[in-house]
Design a protein around this ligand. Structure first.
Ligand SMILES: [Zn+2]
Ligand SMILES: [Zn+2]
Length: 221
């Protein structure tokens, strides 16, 4: 292990505070227990001095400035994870450590390209939300994304389902029971009037609204 710089320490702390906040926590104890930092009191002092976090009593939370920075870091990390699983097809559980280092390497401009390239994915492979960037608002499609919604997929093509983001989580088990699950290879047979896909020997009709919630990556014929 090399020398840990202040910037790395701060970045790690900001990410941790973001994740704790996502889980609904803001207690200092939990932060201290979850952090790997060797000197928590000095870390907290630095965060306060930099105006990135406020700590009062048993509470620690990100300031507006801290949230903005954490958001960018978490976005980069989760996009890096998606890049590894979707493009390099690394298993999800082995991704975390490499992605950890990736987010310090990905520049802000590269982050946007990666986001566009992946089709503005809403979640990381672990199901955590990827904070949206400017590119996601504009939904720029300058390059053909690697991963597209099933509803935008090309009829006659085969693809591998990379993730499903149901607006109604109870749909997942129904879709799974039909064989529609991350990793399944499906062929899109038609889009109108309903979306029909083929999985192995079975054809399944899907509601067009649900087809928008299934993300797919083209596989070579
Ligand atoms: Zn993740
Ligand atoms: Zn985007």
């Amino acid at each position: 292990m090399g020398i840990i710089t202040d910037k790395e320490r701060i970045d790690e702390a900001l990410e941790l505070l973001w994740v704790l906040d996502e889980e609904g926590h803001s207690d200092l104890d939990r932060f201290s227990l979850s952090s790997d930092d060797a000197d928590i009191p000095s870390l907290i002092e630095t965060l306060k001095q930099e105006g990135l976090a406020s700590a009062e009593g048993a509470d620690i939370r990100l300031t507006e400035k801290g949230r903005k920075m954490a958001r960018g870091l978490v976005r980069r990390q989760r996009l890096a994870e998606r890049l590894f699983t979707d493009v390099f097809e690394m298993p999800e559980d082995s991704v975390l450590n490499d992605a950890c280092k990736m987010e310090h390497i990905l520049s802000e401009e590269l982050t946007e390209s990666v986001c566009i390239f992946l089709g503005h994915p809403p979640t990381c492979p672990h199901g955590k939300p990827i904070p949206r960037g400017e590119c996601c608002k504009k939904l720029k499609v300058e390059v053909v994304p690697v991963v597209t919604r099933l509803s935008e997929f090309e009829v006659g093509s085969a693809g591998k389902i990379t993730f499903i983001v149901p607006s109604d989580p109870s749909r997942i088990s129904k879709l799974n029971s039909l064989g529609i699950t991350a990793g399944s290879i499906v062929k899109l047979l038609q889009k109108v009037p309903s979306c029909v896909i083929q999985i192995d020997e079975t054809t399944v009709a899907i509601d067009p609204e649900i087809a928008k919630e299934i993300y797919i990556k083209k596989v070579p014929k």
